[in-house]
Design a protein around this ligand. Structure first.
Ligand code: ZN
Length: 218
């Protein structure tokens, strides 16, 4: 095993532990993956974060086949593989059922331009992929289409997903999606949000690019 692969395995464990400690996930829900050589590494199916080790991460080759002695990959491996195959700009993928994002996803409410940090998702809104049963090719396709060049989306009656050039960045985006979902949800409880307009969101996108750290926000 190369040092790089070992590092990526450790990164996956780290992200799963952070998702659990930061309340983005509960139990065995949620999973993440990272590009590794010609294939990818993904978290195993049905293992609680505290029990994960770098060795438990599952390598899938370019065809999606796991190594013979590995654990079963996350049931969402098709979604992760589809994204990594079709989004060359993405190297890390984080999926979780964070509370507020899931509330909105279950109400089929996309996140509008409620706060400038919504733009961290790569667009002025955070859209919702249509519902398909977990683990299906149809869900993978729906998520890829809904992402449409952006870095995050909600998943109807399910949760949210974030992608980025690194696993750490994908986690940061997922955290921001959850934050913005909470903000939007909160505004709905007190009469509804006052949205930023298209010109204001365009200015934010330009400002993010100008500072050279469009994915970090301010
Ligand atoms: Zn899920």
């Amino acid at each position: 095993m190369s040092a790089t692969e070992q590092d990526l395995r450790e990164q996956l464990v780290d992200v799963m532990l952070k998702m659990a400690s930061r309340g983005l996930n509960k139990g065995t829900s949620g999973n993440c993956s990272v590009r590794c050589g010609e294939g990818m590494l993904i978290t195993p199916s049905g293992v609680v974060p505290e029990a994960l080790t770098p060795d438990a991460m599952v390598y899938l080759d370019a065809s999606g086949a796991p190594e013979s002695n590995s654990l079963a990959p996350s049931s969402e491996w098709r979604m992760h593989k589809g994204i990594l195959d079709r989004r060359p700009d993405a190297h890390g993928v984080v999926h979780c059922h964070s509370h507020h994002a899931t509330v909105l996803a279950c109400a089929h409410l996309p996140i509008p331009s409620v706060h400038y940090m919504v733009a961290v998702s790569g667009g002025p809104t955070i859209e919702i992929a249509p519902y398909h049963i977990f683990g299906s090719e149809a869900l993978a396709e729906a998520v890829i289409e809904t992402l449409d060049g952006r870095f995050a989306c909600l998943m109807a009656n399910h949760g949210q997903i974030a992608i980025a050039p690194s696993l750490a960045r994908a986690l940061a985006i997922a955290e921001q999606v959850e934050e913005q979902a909470g903000v939007y949800w909160g505004t709905l409880a007190i009469g509804g949000p006052k949205l930023l307009n298209t010109a204001q969101m365009d200015d934010i996108a330009v400002a993010f690019r100008k500072y050279g750290q469009p994915r970090r926000g301010r």
